[in-house]
Design a protein around this ligand. Structure first.
Ligand code: C2E
Ligand code: MG
Ligand code: MG
Ligand code: MG
Length: 279
């Protein structure tokens, strides 16, 4: 009897594995089709200068207009795109699209030519710096207007290669940011070894800095440390006025989050630029 139960459990497990494998294969072929049919779209979330209150730039965030599932967020497909290598063509498209869009905004709104565009890079793309040079060259965007967001885990996978690439990019005027700072394990100790220009403090810290939130002192320490290392700070996931006020008081330079704006289409982002405000 025990044996039979064991067997049926095994079969159940097997069926789950099978369903999972089918779902992965469906997603993979869906992604291939999405590239061919142009189902991807870049959304833009404003990054706010906490001193002036002005938009300092935008982060490019990938969206997928799926024919039956509707708007799909990156959390649902970036992992699969990375595993299958499809992140290379998808990421190349995002870079071209985002650089091209920012260049068109610079031409149309010359008084806002200081606006920058941040693009998230996966580890695989990071190993192909030529693609970044190509996107810049084709778009004719000023290199210093492009910021690259790289997570701690990507850096720590191969710290030596990472620091060489970050340095090489910086010599070409392309600056890099540490994304989701604080979620990795190595955080503070490695920072001074990488020529990063800014830290983006992860949303999980910011959500907890209210009046009696426990993370306020941690965030304050991160801001001070970043400044001591010559880096600026961007707070992710700012959702309330109280968080904004506290971050400004700590000397955090930039903020991004639903309090200002959710990620929006290029048309909505353009109307923000033309009116100089996020509302
Ligand atoms: P991320 O780079 O840390 O981007 C910030 C995420 O936080 C975005 O989620 C954004 O919509 C969300 N967010 C911004 N403000 C708030 C807020 O106030 N509250 C809350 N709850 N969320 C906020 P999204 O767009 O779903 O992207 C998730 C992740 O997917 C990104 O995290 C990034 O790691 C990755 N990703 C997005 N686009 C790309 C891309 O083009 N290439 C690569 N490789 N990864 C991308
Ligand atoms: Mg990011
Ligand atoms: Mg982030
Ligand atoms: Mg994050």
């Amino acid at each position: 009897r025990a044996k039979r139960r064991g067997k049926s459990r095994y079969e159940l497990f097997d069926a789950d594995m099978h369903a999972e494998a089918v779902a992965q294969l469906t997603l993979e072929s869906d992604l291939r089709r999405a590239i061919e049919r142009g189902e991807f779209e870049v959304y833009y979330q404003p990054v706010i200068d906490l001193v002036s209150g002005q938009i300092s730039g935008f982060e490019a965030l990938l969206r997928w207009n799926h024919p039956t599932r509707g708007l799909v967020l990156p959390g649902e497909f970036i992992g699969c795109a990375e595993e299958t290598g499809l992140i290379i063509p998808i990421g190349e498209w995002v870079l071209r699209e985002a650089c091209g869009q920012m260049q068109r905004w610079h031409l149309k709104y010359p008084h806002r030519e200081a606006l920058s565009i941040s693009v998230n890079l996966s580890g695989k793309q990071f190993a192909q710096p030529a693609l970044i040079a190509k996107a810049l060259h084709e778009s004719m965007l000023v290199p210093s207007s492009l910021k690259l967001e790289i997570t701690e885990s990507v850096i720590m996978e191969d710290p030596k290669t990472a620091s060489e690439l970050i340095e090489q990019l910086r010599m070409e005027q392309v600056h890099s940011y540490v994304d989701d700072f604080g979620t990795g394990y190595s955080s503070l100790s490695y920072l001074h070894r990488f020529p990063m220009s800014a830290l983006k403090i992860d949303r999980s810290f910011i959500s907890n800095i209210g009046p009696d939130g426990e993370n306020a002192e941690i965030v304050r320490t991160i801001v001070t440390l970043a400044h001591n290392l010559g880096m600026s700070v961007i707070a992710e996931g700012v959702e309330t006025r109280a968080q904004l006020d506290l971050l400004a008081e700590m000397g955090c330079e930039f903020g991004q989050g639903y309090f200002f704006s959710r990620p929006v289409t290029s048309a909505v982002a353009e109307s923000m630029i033309s009116r100089d405000c996020v509302a």
